[in-house]
Unconditional design. Structure first.
Length: 382
């Protein structure tokens, strides 16, 4: 029996999507990609020079199109079995001042996908949605007296005074816990609002039309292929660009914010499992490693792997909308996807830097991105 599937990946020319496309093809499936080759990710003249696009272009059926355009979706879903919906604007900080753009691409683009699925005959039987841990905001904490709490975003006044940890109303320090999928939803950025909106559309519409879905809440994904051009996402590419060009790294807060970094090949495997697992249908699943790494540790690991040091300035600066700590509870991922990540941080960073040194850096837009946030009152110098 031929089990090969016809899979549409929106945003399939991006960091995660291009790796996923190649893996699905390796497994014998056919892949169509809908992607607008956004300049922020792929640079100008993407069709000639975007490394990610060039990697997939002869292997997939490529539709250059936009998720906010109805006829592009109509073309894209023809004959498709499964949609993996990845296309999105992804900069948390940028989302705080490009609100209409983020809402249009992420929320309206997803609404349009479902509008087309509901109103046009098609063979789609399942949707995989790339959501984000951002929907939890600060996530799950323990108060010394009250037990489990879900604190709101930190107060900029406290942060200006150098208090970066999460504190209760009684000013007691809270202890971070692994955040599970039943944790309170508490978006701290417009990006997170749009991701939660995508989730709600997915649950509501897929249930109403009787197609399966899996919602994956990716943690911080890193690895070869992540955009070195986009200064709005990913501390790995920002720090790497600074190290390679011998510039000082501004480490925000006290250097101790942490993230659950998961290597892209693990994210791809988890996503592939979600496509084919019956058990996972109609679930929301965290995808991460369950291990926290601090920002300072990221900078040190990168400098070790590049074999090159640069000055680290632990500045006390901070961005409104950034969260403090993050680590995922992975019980559901293990149970429903039968999956455990294979790549530890040290190995992943080595793979990443081996790739990053071979990339053309282009214009360094990092300072510009901070200036933009500063102008909008969203970046505070200490
Ligand atoms: N990378 C992470 O750490 C991370 C973490 C959590 C969730 N996610 C989610 O995973 C998905 C993929 O992320 P990524 O890191 O691969 O991002 P990416 O920016 O590398 O890829 C996104 C792709 O979508 C395309 N795109 C953007 N706007 C589009 C539009 N209007 N129409 C069509 N295509 C468009 C871009 O050209 C790009 O190729 C996103 O939905 C993101 O929110 C990523």
């Amino acid at each position: 029996m031929d089990n090969s599937q016809k899979i549409l990946i929106s945003g399939g020319a991006g960091f995660i999507g291009s790796s996923l496309a190649l893996r699905l093809i390796e497994l014998g499936h056919s892949v169509r990609v809908l992607d607008n080759l956004s300049v922020q990710i792929h640079g100008k003249d993407a069709e000639k020079s975007s490394p990610l696009y060039l990697l997939i272009k002869d292997k997939v059926e490529f539709i250059k199109g936009d998720v906010t355009n109805r006829s592009d979706w109509e073309k894209a879903i023809e004959g498709i079995d499964v949609i993996v919906h990845l296309a999105a604007e992804t900069g948390t900080g940028q989302s705080m001042y490009r609100i209409e753009k983020y809402s249009h691409v992420n929320s309206d683009g997803t609404a349009l996908m479902y509008d087309v699925l509901v109103n046009r005959p098609n063979s789609v039987r399942k949707v995989i949605l790339a959501s984000s841990r951002a929907v939890y905001g600060e996530g799950k904490y323990e108060h010394p007296d009250l037990g489990i709490v879900y604190p709101k975003s930190r107060n900029p006044k406290d942060m200006e005074a150098g208090i970066f940890d999460l504190i209760g109303d009684d000013r007691k320090i809270l202890k971070p816990l692994p955040t599970d999928e039943d944790s309170k939803i508490s978006p701290a950025s417009v990006y997170a609002v749009t991701k939660f909106n995508q989730e709600q559309l997915t649950e509501t519409v897929c249930d109403s039309i009787g197609i399966d879905y899996v919602i994956l809440r990716y943690q911080n994904v890193y690895g070869a292929g992540q955009s070195m051009k986009n200064p709005y996402t990913g501390i790995l590419s920002v720090f790497s660009t600074q190290i390679i060009s011998g510039k000082k790294i501004n480490v925000f807060e006290d250097g101790l914010p942490s993230r659950d970094f998961v290597e892209v090949s693990d994210v791809v495997e988890a996503t592939v499992k979600s496509i084919f697992s019956e058990k996972a249908n109609r679930s929301i699943i965290n995808v991460g490693t369950g291990k926290p790494t601090t920002v300072v540790d990221v900078a040190e690991a990168l400098m070790n792997a590049f074999g090159k040091r640069t000055e680290l300035e632990i500045s006390g600066d901070f961005r409104i909308g950034d969260i403090r700590y993050n680590v995922a509870d992975l019980t559901k991922m293990k149970q429903l996807l039968d999956f455990e990540p294979k790549i530890d941080f040290e190995e992943g960073i080595k793979k990443y830097t081996d790739w990053a040194v071979r990339q053309q850096l282009g214009e360094n837009l990092y300072e510009q991105s901070l200036r933009e946030m500063n102008e909008k009152g969203l970046f505070r110098k200490s």
